[in-house]
Design a protein around this ligand. Structure first.
Ligand SMILES: [Zn+2]
Ligand SMILES: [Zn+2]
Ligand SMILES: [Zn+2]
Length: 260
């Protein structure tokens, strides 16, 4: 399987509007981070995890003309704000309209239906995104294009659940702050773990660097990649040097391959 990091930045992206810090003004392309998203090609299935405000630009960068499904981790706008641009994929082979399946928990999809209400009207305006909402029960595995996906539940804040996903040997978690032991057990044996790490300093609703490294230490994957980073993570080149063996900072455009 191939995973492409489409965006690795926190909700504001990096650079942050108006910021003149060393990271936001860096010329290293790895310090430019669009909002967090990734594309997974697994067998014949092509999935995108989250579709934030940079979705259009991210899809243009990949050059792909088809996606089979979008998996949402939660309803925050940095993860859903770009869903309107799904319509480009609907009409690539016009006049055949290809709908895009969007998977998420009931609460997340309820928010999508509210935020993009025009896409679900009875008498739709022609040209609105053609989205098929697929509610998942995060307690049970589900199938996308014949492949089994295991949801992994976490907490973003004390009463706000977020969903990570395990795809065979690879697990992808973002916007986690805590994870219960029984959910962490679902990560056992993964080859690659992708996990959010906002910055070195603690934060109310995202893993800090140390919290992410602690989870990586317990799960012990062969390789781990950090994502959803803020400018407070520091320059990519400097931070990368200080990470334990097998742990990497993801960056936009990074592609990784995992045997499955
Ligand atoms: Zn986020
Ligand atoms: Zn900055
Ligand atoms: Zn969030």
């Amino acid at each position: 399987m191939r995973l492409v990091f489409l965006g690795t930045g926190t909700s504001q992206g990096v650079p942050v509007i108006g910021c003149r810090c060393a990271v936001c003004t860096s010329r290293d392309a790895r310090d430019n981070r669009l909002r967090t998203s990734a594309m997974l090609e697994w067998g014949g299935v092509r999935l995108v995890i989250d579709a934030g405000p940079d979705f259009r630009q991210q899809m243009l960068r990949t050059g792909v003309r088809r996606i089979d499904a979008i998996l949402l981790t939660h309803e925050h706008k940095d993860h859903t704000g770009g869903l309107d641009d799904v319509r480009a994929f609907n009409f690539v082979d016009y006049p055949t309209i290809r709908r895009v399946d969007v998977f998420g928990t009931e609460r997340t999809l309820r928010c999508v239906r509210k935020d993009f209400d025009y896409a679900f009207d009875r008498n739709k305006y022609r040209g609105v995104p053609e989205i098929e909402l697929r509610v998942i029960d995060p307690a049970h595995p589900f199938r996308v294009g014949g492949r089994e996906v295991v949801p992994v539940r976490g907490l973003h804040s004390p009463r706000f659940e977020v969903t990570g996903y395990r795809f065979g040997p690879l697990a992808y978690l973002t916007d986690f702050k805590t994870i219960a032991p029984e959910e962490e057990a679902k990560l056992a044996g993964v080859e690659v773990l992708v996990v959010n790490a906002l910055r070195p300093q603690p934060h109310d609703s995202h893993f800090s660097l140390d919290e992410a490294l602690a989870l990586i230490g317990r799960v012990a994957p062969r390789r781990a990649y950090l994502t959803h980073m803020s400018h407070d993570m520091g320059l990519h080149a400097l931070r990368a040097e200080s990470l334990p063996e097998g742990v990497f900072l993801a960056y936009d455009g990074l592609e990784i391959y995992v045997n499955d």
